[in-house]
Design a protein around this ligand. Structure first.
Ligand code: ADP
Ligand code: ZN
Ligand code: MG
Length: 467
């Protein structure tokens, strides 16, 4: 390690996207402040927490995806502190034995980052500093947030730059969306950012919200500490907070220590026990994650590494690609998605996860382009209209009068394709199942984007079946 090398470790708190809270049945989604609360999440004396099985399942998935050793027996602990955001004066968390330990995540550069631990805990309430209400005098408390399940991922101090920490968060959120345990649009991601310059005291920037802010907070903090050292001043071990308006960090309070938190075993919840068999079963059920998917895309579709990575980085984009490549040349589909589609997404700063893209529609557009029915310019315009205004590509092309009705030969081609791809329905139809006929006609209509006459399609299918 170089003398002025930067050392960074992250403690990431990610909101799990369960429907109800961690220890009660209150919904996690609520509009009115303090409308989703009960004696448990309000911390009333005598109320008893009950563990949300789904949240536990999600936390286990995260631990496994991060290559952690999953503990066969773990329990919850009370982390005691006094603050209005936690009315029972302790947060139910995990301390001594968490869900998972000793994992790792590989950055896009290939560097391995150690995962110290993965644990499950409840979110405290939100403190609201309402503007225009004499904000300097008081704060409001919204207990809707109290009891929302969080998974905490603590890394080893393995990052040597803010860029590496940023890369980690990108990889982590991709994994979380593949696991379907985190919704970036509605869920929060907060990190405590621990920063030091080799050999000096460590500073913890608490509660930084969002990936971008983490990058900014780290950059500022690294620069601040290096400047202090250049001036031969001492870096004090302290907790700081990040101000998003000024993009700076400032000292908040002395650092709590373990003794301050006075962790004790949570007596209202039983310890959780898993058998080796149950853990093995969970491992076997883990979905393919983006690194594996990217490798598979390279092998299965002969894509280059960059293209495969771009496609796999977003779960929905990867899915879209696989759907489209069932009917269109995979390389052409990959090129179209990573260049044309992603160009529009990036230029307009759209969020791929909030777009509901129909693979059938995009596939048809691409087919029209590849068969020379429409020009590249029209295809690009169609993508813009689809992503920005939701105009379906087939509609867009029709509206411009660029596509004509299909002739008998083209319908025949479409029928042949559908019949060869739906062997079961064909067999059923031969057995006299009329429903299968409707299904097959529907498939042809889809494939021809309703540019064929259904009666003509029925007739051609009947002829082909008889042969
Ligand atoms: P706490 O925040 O409760 O003191 P730890 O001491 O376990 O908890 O450390 C938490 C975080 O601090 C971890 O993410 C770890 O990687 C990071 N960390 C530990 N040592 C250093 C260091 N010298 N510089 C920067 N980060 C560090
Ligand atoms: Zn509740
Ligand atoms: Mg900490």
């Amino acid at each position: 390690m170089e003398k002025d090398g930067v050392v960074i470790g992250l403690e990431c708190h990610i909101q799990l996207n369960t429907e109800s809270k961690l220890f009660c049945g209150c919904p996690t989604a609520a509009e009115e402040p303090n409308s989703s609360c009960c004696p448990i999440c309000l911390g009333h004396p005598g109320s008893k927490p009950v563990l949300n099985a789904k949240a536990l399942d999600y936390a286990l998935k995260v631990a496994l995806a991060l290559n952690c050793e999953v503990n066969k027996e773990f329990f919850f602990s009370r982390k005691t502190y006094f603050y209005p955001d936690m009315s029972k004066n302790f947060q139910i968390s995990q301390y001594e034995i968490p869900v998972g330990l000793k994992g790792h995540l590989v950055l896009s550069t290939g560097k391995k980052i150690g995962i110290t631990r993965v644990h499950l805990e409840e979110d405290p309430a939100a403190l609201v500093h309402e503007a225009g209400m004499g904000a300097s005098n008081f704060s409001l408390v919204d207990y809707n947030r109290s009891g929302i399940p969080l998974v905490e991922v603590v890394t080893d101090p393995d990052f040597a730059s803010p860029e590496e920490a940023q890369d980690f968060l990108d990889q982590l959120t991709t994994i979380l969306s593949y696991l379907k345990v985190y919704s970036p649009l509605t869920g929060t991601l907060k990190a405590d950012c621990n920063v030091s310059v080799y050999g000096n005291s460590r500073v913890e920037v608490k509660n930084v919200t969002g990936k971008k802010a983490v990058g900014k907070a780290l950059e500022f903090e690294v620069a601040r500490q290096k400047r202090l050292l250049l001036d031969e001043r001492e870096i004090v071990r302290e907790t700081r907070s990040f101000d998003e308006k000024t993009m700076t960090t400032r000292s908040t309070r002395g650092k709590e220590t373990e003794a301050d938190y006075g962790y004790i075993f949570e007596p209202d919840l039983t310890a959780i026990q898993l058998s080796s068999g149950e853990i093995e079963e969970m491992k076997a059920k883990m979905p393919e994650l983006h690194a594996a998917k990217s490798k598979r895309f390279m092998k299965e579709f002969s894509l280059d590494e960059y293209t495969a990575n771009v496609l796999a980085r977003n779960f929905n984009l990867g899915l879209l690609f696989e759907e489209i490549s069932k009917s269109v040349d995979a390389k052409a589909a990959a090129k179209f998605l990573t260049r044309e589609l992603m160009a529009v997404v990036n230029r307009s700063e759209l969020d791929l996860d909030s777009l509901d893209l129909d693979s059938g529609e995009i596939g048809l557009l691409l087919e029209m382009l590849l068969s020379g029915k429409i020009t590249e310019k029209v295809a690009k315009d169609a993508v813009v209209a689809y992503l920005a205004k939701g105009v379906k590509p087939t509609r867009f092309v029709e509206g411009r009068g660029l596509s004509k009705d299909l002739g008998e030969k083209e319908i025949e081609k479409a029928v042949e394709k559908v019949l060869s791809e739906n062997k079961k329905a064909v067999a059923d139809l031969k057995m006299g199942n009329e429903k299968s006929l409707n299904f097959l006609v529907g498939q042809v209509m889809r494939l021809t984007k309703a540019k064929a006459e259904p009666r003509a399609v029925q007739k051609i299918i009947a002829e082909k079946i008889r042969k």
